[in-house]
Design a protein around this ligand. Sequence first.
Ligand SMILES: [Fe+2]
Length: 334
Amino acid sequence: MSADEVRAAMKEKSVDTVREKSGESDLVSVQDELRRVDKLYGEALGYARQFIDDVRDGKPFDFQDAAPLVSGFIDSVFRNESAAAAIGRLKAFDEYTYTHCINVSILAVILGKKLGYSPEKLELVGIAGLFHDVGKAVIPESILNKPGKLTEDEMEVMRTHPLRGYGILKAQQNIPVEVLRGTLEHHEKYDGSGYPRGLKGEQISDIARLLAVVDVYDALTSRRVYKEPMPPTKVLALMYKWRVTDFHPNTVELFIKSLGVYPVGSFVRLSSGLHGVVTDLNPLDPLRPKVRVAYDENMQPLEVKDEDLSQGDLSIMDVVNPDDHGIEIYSLIQ
Ligand SMILES: [Fe+2]
């Protein structure tokens, strides 16, 4: 399915979005929340480095410090979920191993909120996100960061990380069962084609199902040693295509509703030929977000102009990878 087709499919569902969102408004602006969540993200990076390094060194890590960080993520998501969802991509300068666990934690809270989870359950979801890949800390770097394609043997080693992560967490005291299962089952797929156990459908824990969705999104939108990041809209279109085999019914659709067809931070080409960054969603009109126009047809900088696409004739023609043009999105959006 192409990005155009997913846009069409989501448009059909926009009636639900209207119903759900009409009573909801963000407590603070995207820009205000980016400043707050940026600081929290920095603290979380410090924690992620510490616990992953401790696990690599075979030491127990400080599990208790995870809860206050996750409750900070939850507060951020409730203030402005578009900003919380975007921060991981906008700040993606650090090592993937560290940023990925934080991004998955935040995105998992966003999806959990959409699923109507209680605050207590959201905390479990966020903690499970933070630790879901802890088993990768004991996978050799040569496999983890290999620039080329993994051999079948290397793939087999890589596929041990959910079970090894489960073992690492189980060896600690008082890790909730939901977090253990989230770690063990996050690579299981709805149709039973996942690993390590080939669980199917409802056999997979609800937190693991949710992690599976946000994990794939973050992996594909992130830069890795062996690949460039893909624009979020294109990743969501791919996931929409895989929704029946890999993921539980409606989970991908709900995730797209949360993030928008063009998530905040997307770099887009407009019908005028000009280019800009999505600065906010229009929940009542998901295909027509707010865009800060900043580049012309030839990617030459322009005087910045904010356009609300729900008011007027401009529309989005395509998503563009800003890295291909050396454009840094974060400073543009602030
Ligand atoms: Fe994983």
